[in-house]
Design a protein around this ligand. Structure first.
Ligand code: AHM
Ligand code: MG
Length: 283
């Protein structure tokens, strides 16, 4: 595991430099979700693949930018799924972006996730790793220094509601409005890494990416985005569920790029999600 975390740290340093120095533009190709790939998406993917390939414990990797998994070391123990540059379309407006990593053993599913990590490329570069605890590191003078253990409060103050409002179901709209009516403040950049990081660092709140009338299974991918963050939120004392109230880490995954509606937060907000979504079934 240590060699994987070290490979992630080296990738993070290289990607943070690439974001600053490299040309910003489209590659002229689409990824497996049909989204146009930026040159930076492709470059970040290549950097991570190269770094993870040096770790003998890595059996196979799967990238959000590629349709199939790649075998690395036949005798390796771990499978690593990653989103090389999440929120990459925000680079042109100079907002924060990130890389997300899920480390699995014995197959691609929530139950098989053993550790996860993400990197935030903002005014500073930060790394959060969740094995037993969720720990935050900051890049200073080329090294990641430990900053703090992340721990969510029982109730937060921030609300980050994703997806196109026009397509929200009425019960989801009612949930979001009820939090604002309680005094929650809107914090949504359109990058799940900085949005979820902000809630974690500020102590709590709700990040939601629901199923909608146009995308009933949501947008965010289980292996590359949802399971890694579910683990980090749980290790920080929070909760992570789907629209049926199931724990995200209990979900299976039948295709590499499968998506799911998802809710991440502290106890209080997740209890509210359960209430509003249960009401929709009885309505
Ligand atoms: P990406 O992997 O193509 O960058 O898409 C994922 C991003 C997340 O970071 C973010 O939460 C979401 O897309 C935002 O989507 P929307 O603009 O529909 O709210
Ligand atoms: Mg992504």
């Amino acid at each position: 595991m240590t060699e994987i975390i070290e490979a992630i740290k080296r990738s993070a340093i290289k990607i943070s430099k690439a974001i600053v120095d490299e040309e910003f533009g489209y590659e002229g190709s689409v990824n497996s979700s049909g989204e146009e790939q930026l040159k930076l998406d492709v470059l970040s993917d290549k950097i991570i693949e190269e770094e993870l390939s040096t770790a003998s414990s890595v059996k196979a990797i799967a990238s959000e930018e590629k349709s199939e998994e790649t075998l690395i070391h036949e005798n390796g123990k771990y499978l690593v799924a990653y989103d090389p540059l999440d929120g990459s379309s925000l680079v042109d407006v100079n907002l924060s972006v990130g890389s997300i990593f899920g480390i699995y053993e014995n197959g691609w599913s929530g139950k098989n996730l053993v550790a996860s990590a993400y990197v935030v490329y903002g005014p500073r570069v930060e790394l959060v790793v969740a094995t037993i605890k969720a720990e935050r590191f900051i890049l200073r003078n080329g090294k990641f220094e430990f900053l703090q253990e992340l721990q969510l409060l029982q109730k937060g103050k921030l609300n980050a509601p994703g997806a196109t409002q026009k397509y929200w179901y009425p019960h989801h709209k009612a949930l979001v409005e009820s939090l604002f009516a309680e005094g929650y403040r809107l914090r949504y950049s359109g990058g799940m890494v900085p949005d979820l990081h902000q809630i974690l660092v500020k102590g709590g709140g709700l990040f939601s990416y629901p199923g909608t009338k146009d995308k009933p299974r949501g947008k965010l991918r289980k292996l590359f985005e949802v399971f890694p963050f579910a683990n980090i939120y749980e290790k920080a004392g929070g909760r992570a569920i789907n629209d049926a109230g199931e724990r995200l880490l209990d979900l299976s995954c039948s295709e590499l790029h499968e998506t799911t509606p998802c809710f991440f937060g502290s106890h209080y907000e997740i209890k509210k999600v359960r209430e509003y979504y249960a009401k929709s079934k009885t309505a």
